[in-house]
Design a protein around this ligand. Structure first.
Ligand SMILES: N[C@@H](CCC(=O)N[C@@H](CS)C(=O)NCC(=O)O)C(=O)O
Length: 207
C-alpha cells in the first residue's frame, strides 16, 4: 500500500494516524499537491493530497481513504459501530473539513507555507482575523462538545483524528488554544496529539 502526500498536510496526517492506529504497513511517498508523478496523478484526479494506491485500487480524499481503511482493516474501528456515534463521527469529520480547517490553517499557510514554499508574502492581518474572529466561535462550539477524553463516545475515532489534525499546523505556526478560555478543548488537543499514532504522523517525512 502506498500513501502519497507530505505529512505537513493535515489531511495526509489524518490518513497517517489511521494507518498507525490500525498498524497497517505502507510505503509513504511524501510529495506535494499537483506533483507530476503519474501514479499519484492516477490516484488523485484533482491533484490534491492525500491519495492512496492499494494494488490496482486507487483512491483520493482523506475521508474516503479512512472509510476504505476502516472496512479493510476493521480493528480498531475508526467509525463507531453505534449508529448515532457513527453519524456524529461523520459530522465532526465534515465539520473539520468544511468549517474548521480553513481558519485553523491560516496562520500556517501565511506564516510558513506562503513565504517558505510558495514564494508568496504572509498577510498577518488575515492571520489575526482567523485568530480573533473566525476561530473563537468554532472553539467555543468544540468546547461545549467535549465531555470526556474523546469527542464521540468512549473510544478514539475518526472525529478525534479529523478535528485534531489541523491543530498540529496551528502549533507549527506558533499558535495554540487559550486554555483559560477553552480549557476542555486545550486539554483534548494536547492529549490527542500525544497519542503514539499522532506523534508518528507528525514526525513522518514532509518531502
Ligand atoms: N477534502 C480533501 C482535502 C485535500 C486537500 O485540500 N489537500 C490540500 C493539501 S492540505 C491540497 O492538496 N491542495 C491543493 C489544491 O487544493 O489544489 C481531503 O480530505 O483529502
Amino acid at each position: 500500500m502506498k500513501l502519497y502526500g507530505s505529512s505537513l498536510s493535515p489531511f495526509v496526517r489524518k490518513v497517517l494516524v489511521a494507518l498507525a492506529e490500525k498498524e497497517v504497513a505502507f510505503e509513504h511517498v511524501p510529495l506535494r499537491f499537483h506533483d507530476p508523478d503519474r501514479d499519484f496523478q492516477a490516484a488523485s484526479p484533482l491533484g490534491k493530497i492525500p491519495a492512496l494506491r492499494d494494488g490496482d485500487f486507487r483512491l483520493a480524499d482523506s475521508s474516503a481513504i479512512v472509510h476504505y481503511l476502516d472496512r479493510k482493516h476493521p480493528e480498531p474501528a475508526l467509525l463507531p459501530p453505534d449508529p448515532r456515534q457513527a453519524g456524529r463521527a461523520v459530522w465532526f469529520d465534515k465539520f473539520a473539513d468544511t468549517e474548521l480547517m480553513g481558519p485553523l490553517l491560516r496562520p500556517f499557510v501565511h506564516r510558513i507555507l506562503r513565504p517558505r514554499v510558495l514564494n508568496l508574502p504572509c498577510d498577518e492581518a488575515v492571520v489575526q482575523k482567523a485568530l480573533t474572529e473566525e476561530l473563537p466561535r468554532l472553539f467555543t462550539y468544540l468546547e461545549a462538545q467535549i465531555a470526556g477524553p474523546y469527542l464521540v463516545g468512549e473510544a478514539f475515532c475518526l472525529a478525534d483524528v479529523a478535528v485534531a489534525t489541523g491543530f498540529v499546523n496551528l502549533r507549527f505556526a506558533k499558535e495554540g488554544v487559550d486554555s483559560g478560555r477553552w480549557p476542555k478543548l486545550a486539554g483534548w488537543v494536547e492529549s490527542t496529539l500525544e497519542r503514539p499514532s499522532f506523534r508518528a504522523a507528525i514526525a513522518a517525512p514532509k518531502g
